[in-house]
Design a protein around this ligand. Structure first.
Ligand SMILES: [Fe+2]
Length: 479
């Protein structure tokens, strides 16, 4: 285990960004590559405050979309908060207007009992069937206008999402059919993952569900030619703690427990919704999968494994949130490959000793064997992500794009060249932040050679709180 990282300054990585901007970036080096035209959207908590109350967890802040439109005129930036009920009520409230995952409302049990966390639409963003959707795994998507980022309202796929309608933040696309697959976590009347397919036209169909043995937390999924792939870490909501959370005695984040004895559950759910194949393996602690694919009769899963408990991982998140210097772990986990054989063996292989998260790959390879994975890494034991790594699964080569001292990076998004000649023939769009000047930039790296200087660096006029996930569309947002 790494020793605690110390720093002379107590940086605040999560400074709220209350202002909403719309401008063309005029301070830049290099040029936008020919062939890179379209729009990157990103989502993350834009403010960790509601009604003057500091929110309790990084996962609780109001979702704010940022938009980076690239065309002949250059790079245009726009940001808008998602006008959820939580956001709207937070503006005039005294204290948090609703409970959130890690935040209690003022007023004790009376105001918190039997209250679900509010949908803050802050985790990811997807563009599907012409709709731009802000995603949050505990509830329904929120639709926004892809040009103005105006909030259009909650989207339930014409009533396809029932009741709470959880629709996770990590859908996957079949690149041949254009279908989007996703799941939603449901706790009542029994714990399960509801599975969905949304066709190209945006029509949602249920693919049945995967029963969970007890209430558990799951964040991501994979898609292969045959299966929806779930790797469920032993993160459980014990009955006593869950009851306490429901009654308003503790927050929901504190109700999660890492139960290593349970091991990690792998479920391969047939894409037509047939009976899932369930396996168990040694306990892993992960949030994100990279790619998954069928390799002959094996199923291969890549994920980022933390050699840590939930409390330790949560400590890392808290360190990022508060700019703490006392977090005991350096940032991130290690890229790992699981190979599920027909006999039910699960072979574990660590692919790199780099520590990072936010795995990215060329999404055109979804469900097929891929060669490259990109990660936001904490190089040299850093406690926040300060470099982008490229890991070559064929040669084992690792290359790093290190940021200057005291800069951190958001997730890197891979965008393919229009007619690519190799899997890495494209660019990485990387938002970074200088923690000293508190100004953000967008870098464009040539994905074939990420160690080289960025081909473009556009400096924003302000900071940008760390975003979680993003997406890219070739459609250029209109000014
Ligand atoms: Fe995520």
């Amino acid at each position: 285990m790494s020793s605690p990282t110390t720093s002379a300054r107590n940086f605040r990585d999560y400074i709220p960004l209350y202002d909403e901007f719309d401008y063309t970036v005029d301070d830049f080096d290099g040029a936008l590559p020919e062939g890179l035209r379209g729009t990157m959207y990103r989502n993350g908590p834009g403010k960790l405050e509601a009604g003057g109350q500091q929110l309790g967890h990084l996962f609780d802040g109001d979702g704010m979309l940022s938009m980076f439109a690239l065309d002949e005129g250059g790079l245009r930036f726009r940001n808008r908060f998602v006008r959820t009920k939580h956001y709207r009520h937070s503006l005039g409230a005294k204290g948090a207007p609703y409970r959130a995952l890690g935040t209690m409302r003022p007023g004790g049990i009376l105001t918190n009992a039997l209250q679900f966390p509010a949908n803050v639409a802050n985790t990811s963003v997807a563009m599907h069937a012409g709709k731009l959707l802000a995603l949050w795994e505990g509830g329904r998507p929120t639709e926004l206008d892809p040009d103005t980022l105006d909030t259009l309202g909650v989207h339930d796929f014409d009533g396809g999402l029932k009741w709470i309608g959880a629709f996770s933040a990590h859908p996957k696309w079949d690149t041949t059919t254009g279908e989007m697959y996703n799941f939603g976590l449901a706790m009542f009347p029994r714990p399960k993952l509801a599975c969905y397919r949304v066709d190209r036209a945006g029509t949602l169909r249920s693919l049945g569900h995967l029963n969970l043995p007890v209430p558990m937390f799951n964040h991501d999924m994979g898609l292969t030619a045959k299966h929806l792939v779930f790797v469920v870490a032993p993160l459980v909501f014990p009955v006593g703690k869950m009851t306490g959370a429901g009654l308003g005695l503790r927050n929901f984040i504190e109700a999660i427990e890492y139960d290593a004895a349970r091991g990690t559950m792998i479920a391969l759910v047939p894409r037509d919704g047939g009976r899932p194949r369930i396996l168990h393996t040694d306990p892993l602690m992960h949030l994100h999968l990279a790619n998954t694919y069928e390799d002959g009769s094996d199923t291969v899963i890549e994920l980022v494994n933390y050699d840590a408990t939930w409390e330790q991982l949560n400590g890392q998140l808290r360190g990022l949130q508060d700019g703490l210097t006392d977090t005991a772990l350096s940032y991130g986990g290690k890229l790992m490959r699981l190979r599920v054989t027909p006999t039910g063996r699960v072979i574990h292989e660590t692919l790199s000793d780099l520590q990072g998260d936010f795995p990215m790959f060329n999404w055109a390879r979804t469900g097929q064997r891929h060669r490259y994975v990109y990660l936001a890494v904490g190089a040299d034991g850093n406690r926040y992500p300060n470099a982008i790594a490229k890991i070559d699964n064929e040669t084992g080569k690792e290359s790093l794009h290190r940021l200057p001292e005291e800069h951190f990076t958001h997730e890197a998004l891979f965008v393919s060249r229009p007619r690519p000649i190799s899997e890495d023939d494209g660019w990485l769009l990387v938002v970074t932040q200088d923690r000293v000047s508190e100004l953000a930039s967008m870098l464009i790296l040539d994905a074939r050679d990420i160690e080289a200087e960025p081909v473009y660096r556009g400096r924003l006029r302000h900071h940008l709180p760390l975003t979680f996930h993003g997406t890219f569309t070739q459609r250029v947002a209109r000014p």
